[in-house]
Design a protein around this ligand. Structure first.
Ligand code: SF4
Ligand code: SF4
Length: 204
């Protein structure tokens, strides 16, 4: 009997508790920029979730919000929740989501446009992105899931920016979101194989 697919990872990121549907100037700018860079009309999205259902990286548990939620937040101009999410940085640009969208939204391009916008804002430099991605993928490959404490230590060892984000780290620890010891998933081997396949697709 074939094994039932694992449930999609539940939402872990901190999302805004209250949304003011009247977009501020900054929110309108974010929405307009993403549309301009990606050339995609995100307003066509009707939240069917087909993009998320097919995303191989979401299935590994590496994303904290789903691709569907990224699109929704962009439509609402929610720049911080999008650019601070793991999702936009770990998206492998495999375009599976894009091929599944009944509305013809190229979600991979939209996510890529969000990353570009973060760079334009000076929120993150290319070398920081590479350090983050390298540490992130090592964590997923080793444990089959994200080990947040290991990720943070690995990044700090490389950047030497020991004091940066210390308040965020302390808050996460107090909320129990930074575990001292790693917890490996049972299917770490399958996750490794999946990541290998994504890397192979990426290099073609
Ligand atoms: S597949 Fe397309 S329409 Fe459906 S949620 Fe994703 S972006 Fe929106
Ligand atoms: S392009 Fe990114 S969001 Fe879309 S399916 Fe691939 S990894 Fe997921």
């Amino acid at each position: 009997m074939s094994k039932a697919p694992e449930a999609i990872t539940p939402l872990k990121a901190e999302l805004p508790k209250k949304l003011d549907l009247k977009l501020s100037e900054e929110q309108q700018k974010f929405l307009a920029k993403v549309i301009e860079i990606s050339g995609q009309n995100v307003n066509l999205c009707f939240q069917c979730k087909k993009c998320s259902a097919g995303c191989p990286v979401l299935a590994t548990g590496a994303m904290d919000i789903t691709p569907t939620q990224v699109i929704h937040l962009i439509r609402l101009g929610q720049v911080e929740p999008v650019l601070n999410s793991h999702t936009v940085w770990v998206c492998a640009s495999c375009e599976t989501c894009t091929t599944r969208c009944p509305q013809g939204v190229d979600i991979a391009k939209v996510i890529d446009a969000s990353r570009n916008y973060a760079k334009q804002l000076g929120k993150i430099a290319e070398d920081q992105i590479n350090i983050f991605l390298d540490a992130f993928m090592k964590s997923i490959e080793k444990h089959g899931r994200l080990y947040e404490m290991g990720l943070a230590i690995n990044i700090k060892m490389k950047t030497k920016e020991w004091m940066r984000d210390r308040k965020l780290g302390a808050d996460m620890f107090m909320k129990g979101k930074l575990k001292v010891f790693p917890h490996n998933t049972k299917n770490a081997k399958e996750v490794r194989e999946m990541l290998q396949k994504i890397k192979e697709m990426d290099s073609k």
